[in-house]
Design a protein around this ligand. Structure first.
Ligand SMILES: [Zn+2]
Length: 570
């Protein structure tokens, strides 16, 4: 039996999408349907079913059919409990769903556009996966629909598409509205660019640069695994993020910031990141990540492969595309290393642990995240940089690993990989010692000497050893008032018993306001004792603390041998 979806967005200002799912029933008396709780690529239970407003089930003759909700996101249709007057061919589940959250993993509908993200609004019928079709009807004020689904419309005025399976159907986001669109061909394949939102005037040529990234990234693999690819971009204030799909990506960025050179390089790295996922994650993947159980968490210890490798490659692709200079690339690496060095949680979580706990740690950050875990994007990327350096010393390259991973995928695309397989590939390429070193780095919290790697390739760390006053606190502000947001493990504030959420009222009985934090280095001195007045849960306390000295900070990676340095990243 095949499933047909009819999706209507006729009153976008209400944010309501009307969905009708029609399917034939063989001999079953009971049919189960579900709405996913999460989206592949984003490891948080988002509970999309909370947005369903009303639901009903009818036969194609218009008779109501009995159904009941069985869990937060599953429903059971029961024909045994339904006395029907006439026979029928198909059942229809109809529901209204509220879509008003603009992220890459939710749907957003308003008068300006509709961005429809499959898992958030398309009901699945259990046991039914074959060739679903979907038709969209939308406000006559809108002119365009973009998606990487296969277009099977016979008439220009209709928008009918087909997918191979339910998984493929919900893996293709849809953008509807009056957006700008453009595109280019590469290796005989269509690449579409969809732009929703605004940016200020800038001199960058986005199309040319995205094309360059497509050439560079796809050039690292022996084949391109899609016929058509779609970059759906939303440029809105303060947006940042991306989500990978098999044949497309959704990208979020603050379009106003494209003017800034460093932000533009970050944007290019984001494009390269999501596009590289077409190979790594959407195809090369841990065995736990596809096929998916959309109702339960998919636990894996291998996000060092999914996001770590991708985080290392994204910035490297920008450099290899000639879209940033070596200095700009090294500035990104400096920032990565700075973040790593200043994360106390790296002492407690290995990459494998951080990966396994993604659902409750990385995707649900809180005041203590910094002290208890480390991002597998950040550390994973850095660990892959050491693997690449190790490979280079052995006359190899990270490219050799990409090549081997891709071959393994093509040999057995149905089954994802296990850690052991990847380790064997690394050993095959670089030898036993490199494998063992890499294994330690993903499975333990052992310190990594990044500095000596860079030195081997003609670069040098420049440390800033300023004797600045240091409290070990991240602040936030409520108007002019100063509140402790995070307390760094084992720092001066931690030792003095200062807590996250404490409001700092005064130091040495002098009022503390936002400006004083800006002027921190001008008014305080390292190695002095101070008193602090705080408000904690509405009660005033006074405590004493010893101002510490700022730990040394990585300021820059200096290039001493330009040729050697440049060569090592290619
Ligand atoms: Zn990613």
């Amino acid at each position: 039996m095949s499933v047909k979806y009819f999706v209507e967005v006729m009153e976008p200002k209400t944010h309501i999408v009307k969905v009708r799912v029609s399917f034939k029933v063989a001999n079953q008396q009971q049919i189960e349907c579900f709405l996913p709780s999460w989206s592949p690529g984003s490891y948080l239970m988002r509970e999309y079913a909370k947005n369903i407003r009303s639901m009903r089930v009818l036969t194609d003759k218009g008779e109501f059919v009995y159904f009941e909700q069985t869990t937060k996101n599953t429903w059971k249709i029961d024909l045994e409990k339904t006395p029907l007057k006439s026979s029928f061919e198909a059942l229809q589940v109809e529901y209204d769903i509220y879509c008003h959250e603009l992220t890459v993993r939710t749907s957003h509908v308003d008068e300006s556009h509709a961005f429809l993200h499959g898992p958030s609004y398309l009901l699945g019928i259990k046991g039914d996966q074959e060739a679903p079709q979907i038709e969209f009807k939308f406000s006559p004020l809108w002119a365009k629909l973009h998606t990487s689904l296969e277009d099977i419309s016979q008439e220009r005025s209709r928008f009918i598409y087909q997918a191979k399976t339910y998984d493929d159907l919900i893996d293709c986001p849809v953008e509807i509205g009056c957006h700008e669109s453009d595109g280019f061909m590469h290796e005989g394949k269509e690449h579409h660019l969809v732009w929703y939102g605004e940016s200020y005037p800038h001199k960058n040529d986005l199309k040319k640069d995205i094309q360059k990234i497509v050439e560079t990234v796809s050039g690292h693999f022996s084949s391109i695994p899609y016929e058509k690819y779609m970059f759906i971009t939303h440029f809105k204030r303060n947006l940042y993020g991306g989500l990978e799909h098999k044949n497309s990506t959704a990208l979020h960025f603050d379009g106003r910031k494209l003017v800034d050179r460093q932000m533009y390089v970050n944007w290019l790295a984001l494009v390269a990141h999501e596009y590289f996922h077409t190979w790594n994650v959407k195809r090369i993947r841990p065995k736990e990540l596809g096929p998916f159980d959309y109702q339960n968490e998919a636990y894996t210890t291998m996000h060092w492969l999914t996001e770590g490798l991708t985080s290392f490659m994204d910035e490297l692709f920008v450099l290899r595309s000639g879209l940033c200079t070596l200095e700009e690339y090294l500035k990104m690496q400096t920032n990565n290393l700075k973040r790593y060095f200043s994360t106390p949680g790296k002492k407690f979580h290995s990459l494998e642990q951080s990966s396994f706990n993604a659902w409750v740690k990385l995707y649900r950050p809180d005041e203590n995240s910094l002290n208890s875990s480390i991002s597998y994007y950040l550390k994973g990327g850095l660990v892959f940089s050491t693997l690449h350096f190790d490979f280079k010393q052995a006359g190899k390259n990270i490219n050799d690993l990409l090549d081997t991973l891709w071959k393994r995928y093509l040999d057995n695309p149905q089954v994802g990989m296990e850690t052991k397989e990847v380790m064997e590939m690394i050993e095959e390429i670089g030898g036993k010692e490199i494998r063992e070193r890499f294994e330690l780095r993903i499975s333990t919290t052992e310190d990594i000497d990044f500095e000596s790697y860079y030195e081997k390739f003609g670069m040098k760390f420049l440390w800033e050893e300023e004797k600045a006053p240091y409290l070990g606190v991240d602040f936030s502000y409520q108007g002019e008032r100063v509140v402790v947001e995070k307390v760094h493990l084992d720092g001066p504030a931690f030792k003095a018993g200062i807590n996250a959420k404490d409001e700092i009222l005064a130091i040495n009985d002098m009022r503390i306001l936002k400006q004083d934090i800006t002027d921190f280095k001008k008014i305080f001195e390292a190695q002095q004792r101070y008193s602090m007045t705080i408000s904690r849960l509405g009660t005033i306390y006074k405590l004493t603390f010893d101002m510490g000295t700022q730990p040394r900070v990585l300021k820059q990676i200096l290039v001493q041998d330009e040729q050697k340095a440049m060569e090592c990243f290619h």
